[in-house]
Design a binder for this molecule. Sequence first.
Ligand code: ZN
Length: 419
Amino acid sequence: MSQEGEQEQSDRKKYEFRKVIEDLKDYDGSGTQLVTIYIPDDRQISDVVQHVTQEHSEAANIKSKQTRTAVQDALTSIKDRLRYYDTYPPDNGIVLFSGAVDSGGGRTDMVTKVLESPPQPIESFRYHCDSDFLTEPLEEMLADKGLYGLIVLDRREANVGWLKGKRIEPVKSASSLVPGKQRKGGQSAQRFARLRLEAIDNFYQEVAGMANDLFVPRRHELDGILVGGPSPTKDEFLDGDYLHHEIQDNVIGKFDVAYTDESGLKDLVDNAEDALADAEVMKDKKVMEEFFEELNAGELATYGFEQTRRNLMMGSVDRLLISEDLRKDVITYECPECGTTEREVIDRRKSTPTHTCTECGTDVEGSDEDREDAIDHLIEIAEQRGTETKFISTDFEKGEQLLNAFGGFAGLLRYSTGV
Ligand SMILES: [Zn+2]
């Protein structure tokens, strides 16, 4: 799959995950009876089953009969789900949620959800039993965007690594042979200064080589490079054009850091917080700028569910833009009198309304079978037509406008369709 294809898959997956998480967060368990399990992909399923069995027998000690039964039911349900897997979980692991949730009026419902292959690997096994489902680790993964290259250096040592979402991955380090400022007796001051400058230059070259080896092969995926160190080292390093030009062009900021060992990488990311937040929405900003330009002066913009859908059907949409915060369903109505098909987009939490046919005025009852997630509906068409889908954040003005003024759906067209 192409990199863009993969990105799209993961955006769609993130959307599916986000929906499930929102539902889960709405649930309350009474007492301690909602069970969440995070399983990394290198953990044997049989180990997990054993753990769950153990918890099940320990739950026998819970005093309240209601809670005891609820926890044991949740664990049984989880064990049932685990049967579907072979030796190991799928890539990146799985998360299971199960428990008796408050469904109003003093009644409870059993809910079990399984999320496979989250966008990032689950790093450690977690068993959690509480009045809420544990959704935070997943939420953090979903919030994570971006791939950044990290370089920290002074004249003595350097470290390079990755920032993948919120995870820092140190990769390589180097230390220099640059002599201190004090020359030894017998050396001429000039000769010493020259040797020292040479050694510094060599070290910068070595660091740049290390960074280039790591970053150049992935330069098209990179969202930016951060450079940290004391002044003037980092400035000397950047001004000296040691880095590959495509990497150099991608430097989004330089920052003071106190250390240049592995902990310096963390220091760097902490200090670059604002630059990172900007870089994250930068791509979304660019595409929304393009949309507004087309809207004002061009012919290649469309918006609103129905218009966007029609353009998608024609295959004329290059990029489908969807607001990240949009939560809508679409209901398809077919008029029994005149056969006209029409759609209504409604809030996810609203019940299915009756639709009045715009052709003949007949009232058409909506059915839940003809109701689906509006985003899924459009993405499915987009995938068939080779249209790229982009989820747009609402953390900036034009992103907010997409949601509030344009119904959350828009498209940039390949050619003008007049629709
Ligand atoms: Zn009709």
